[in-house]
Design a protein around this ligand. Sequence first.
Ligand code: NAD
Length: 373
Amino acid sequence: MVGGGEGAFIGAVHRIAARLDDRYELVAGAFSSDAGTSQRSGQALGLDPQRVYADYAAMARQEAARPDGIEAVSIVTPNHLHAPVARAFLEAGIHVICDKPVTTTVEDARMLQALARKQGLLFAVTHNYSAYPMVRQAQQMVREGQLGELRVVQVEYAQDWLAEPLEQDGQKQAAWRTDPAKSGGGAIGDIGTHAWQLADTIVGRPVQALAADLASLVPGRAVDDNVQVLLRYQGGARGMLWASQVAIGHANGLRIRVIGSAGGIDWCQEQPDELLYTPLGEATRILRRGTASAGAAAARLSRIPGGHPEGYLEAFASLYSEIAAHLLARRGGGNAPSDAQFPTIDDGLRAVQFIETVQASARAGGSWITVPH
Ligand SMILES: NC(=O)c1ccc[n+]([C@@H]2O[C@H](COP(=O)([O-])OP(=O)(O)OC[C@H]3O[C@@H](n4cnc5c(N)ncnc54)[C@H](O)[C@@H]3O)[C@@H](O)[C@H]2O)c1
């Protein structure tokens, strides 16, 4: 692991997720740019002090040289470090699992895509919302045509934790997220990218053009904290994406509605076991994880009987297990199960292209811009 030291947020989630299915062992890390903090963090996790590093480049080199060196690295640093860290490990021949957004520029994402291909290495991006059972159910329903011709995609990720200027008090997570050089963008990069990727997973077709409005609503903030984007999908569907970190009353309000000519679905991350489904002209039904109302795609990722809630940690663990299926297949020279899916560097690149197109549209006063593919 690189990042995820004392006081960090998502590193601990990755560690739990990686180990929930006994497919990974944490054996080495550069947990902080500060040597003492990295060492203390590694000790608290029970690691061999010799495999706790002060610097990620040394970790990549030394782990690659060990007969028992790591097979994959999880990158959980602030965004601007993803590219140099991933590059160091790819160059050392080590598979990469990286948090989102994969880079702060399209140029860096392309560089990583090319390098991963050249080295023949796996590159996963932890867009974790794609691994919820009822998200896979929604994806399956769209693929099977149960909604008919797609017409409307409405996706939102509303939070309120940045409704005040926390960054001015030095709050660790707020500080780098509101520094454009470290984050690459505000709400659009931090959570808009999750909303985009959730829609991408379910809808399965690209956004062709968009028109965006970005705003910094908290005085003095250096990045956007509220974004609204109009979307035109390939095939004609229209969409709208709202990402906000000043939406008082919303904690992690990631919600998507997809409406076609034959029906509509509605999923909210805060009630993840339920998918609302309304066939045209009929009453709304609740499809529930762990019951016969959910199909095979949801059942594959379901862990415990219905009624016992599954959520963020379990879905994150499922994503790690999907990646593990591919890592194990590569190790054995075989094929991973075709239904084991995870977002790759190709998806990570498309997400960063989406972010940059949103920023370009907003700079141009909300003009329609074609999304490059
Ligand atoms: N998938 C999700 O749901 C999700 C949720 C939160 C954050 N994230 C992503 O995870 C990443 C980290 O976010 P966070 O909230 O955990 O940040 P954080 O600030 O809590 O943690 C960042 C960690 O990186 C370490 N670090 C910084 N520079 C380093 C270096 N040079 N070498 C080694 N370690 C270094 C810091 O010491 C800290 O431990 C971001 O890219 C963020 O977008 C994803």
